[in-house]
Design a protein around this ligand. Structure first.
Ligand code: AQP
Length: 329
């Protein structure tokens, strides 16, 4: 029997944070054995916020290199760049014709991002429809993403069900797949907001590619509280977030971490946490450095990836076009 399909993507809208790593990227490689996986670099999503073209190109190849550095294997998974597969935009258009404005305007990400921009662009509103197209094109069963994407996966399911009931069964209804710990890593400076790569305060996030000194400095400066006691509680959101990061980056459970540090101060806890993060990221950074300058290899990976993805995407799109009544060429 064919394996089920897993689909995920990351926007090249900046350098990746440990939030992106813990919530999504670090879970990708182990899924390769059990599922047919597609991992995309979603550059068409990235341009829904202004991007410097030179940076977009650099970030796209950085993420591709990070995918490979984190153990994604182009022999096992399809690794590609979204704009290389035009079927995403084509299915996105069809889905836009069944998506309701009200539902799109209720999306938290739309509300957050549009409240921060002077001009509200249509791309931000339509972002989740394109994301639904990404997922549905490949008949995906599971989508490994962080908790912040739950609402978008719900919308994807709604659009798939709407299309299936209007035109007969076409799309697999996907499920979200989130990690048990670390599905929502928060800002180190203001733990009521999620850690985001586009945060203007660089102390709010740790980048996967940050050097050792930066990692230690940012953890030292991370906001905690004046309680001075190591507990895992919503009343100490800064500390709770740091415990989540510790647990995700080590083999220790939240309970084991609390037990280990309960009589030690925040200083010792932060020092050890920094060590754990540095050591966990070191091999990823080393592999990244070895891959990033091999332009020929990167080009081979994304070219072959796009060919494989396109063949699968065409199959679904052909069905969709036929069902809505378009005349085949
Ligand atoms: N703070 C987070 N905790 C856990 N998971 C997270 N993800 C993002 N932030 C966190 C997950 O990372 C994957 C890729 O995200 P994305 O780049 O496609 O978009 P995003 O969710 O909008 O991420 P950012 O970092 O906040 O980007 P910007 O600042 O450009 O908007 C997704 O699986 C996401 O859940």
């Amino acid at each position: 029997m064919d394996k089920k399909v897993v689909y995920s993507g990351i926007q090249p809208s900046g350098s990746l944070t440990i939030g992106n790593y813990i919530g999504a990227l670090s879970n990708f490689s182990e899924l390769q054995e059990e599922y047919n996986c597609l991992y995309c670099i979603v550059d068409m999503h990235a341009i829904t916020m202004p991007q410097e073209p030179k940076n977009l190109r650099k970030n796209t190849l950085d993420i591709l290199s990070l995918y490979l550095a984190c153990g994604l294997d182009p022999e096992k998974s399809i690794i590609y760049i979204q704009s290389h597969v035009p079927e995403h935009a084509e299915l996105g258009w069809v889905l836009n014709t069944i998506a309701s404005m009200g539902q799109l305007q209720r999306m938290t990400q739309f509300k957050d991002k549009s409240s921060k921009s002077k001009e509200v662009l249509a791309g931000i509103l339509n972002y989740p429809v394109l994301m639904a197209a990404d997922i549905l094109l490949y008949q995906s069963a599971y989508v490994p993403v962080g908790e912040d994407q739950r609402q978008h996966i719900e919308l994807t399911r709604d659009l798939a069900q709407k299309f299936n009931s209007r035109y007969s069964d076409t799309f697999t209804i996907p499920d979200i797949m989130t990690p048990k710990v670390g599905a929502r890593i928060m800002s180190l400076q203001d733990p009521q907001y999620k850690m985001s790569k586009s945060d203007s305060d660089e102390n709010a996030f740790i980048l996967i590619l940050d050097d050792e000194n930066a990692i230690r400095r940012k953890i030292k400066r991370a906001v905690t509280d004046s309680e001075g006691v190591i507990r895992y509680s919503t009343e100490q959101p800064g500390l709770k977030n740091l415990i989540d990061i510790y647990s995700s980056f080590s083999k220790l459970s939240v309970e084991e971490i609390v037990e280990k540090y309960k009589d030690l101060g925040y200083g010792k806890f932060k020092e050890d946490l920094a060590e754990v993060v540095v050591e966990r990221l070191r091999p990823v950074q080393e592999r990244f450095n070895a891959i990033r300058n091999d332009k020929e290899y990167l080009e081979k990976v994304y070219t072959e990836g796009a060919q494989k993805a396109s063949a699968l995407a065409r199959k679904t799109l052909r069905k969709v076009y036929k069902k809505v009544g378009f005349i085949p060429r």
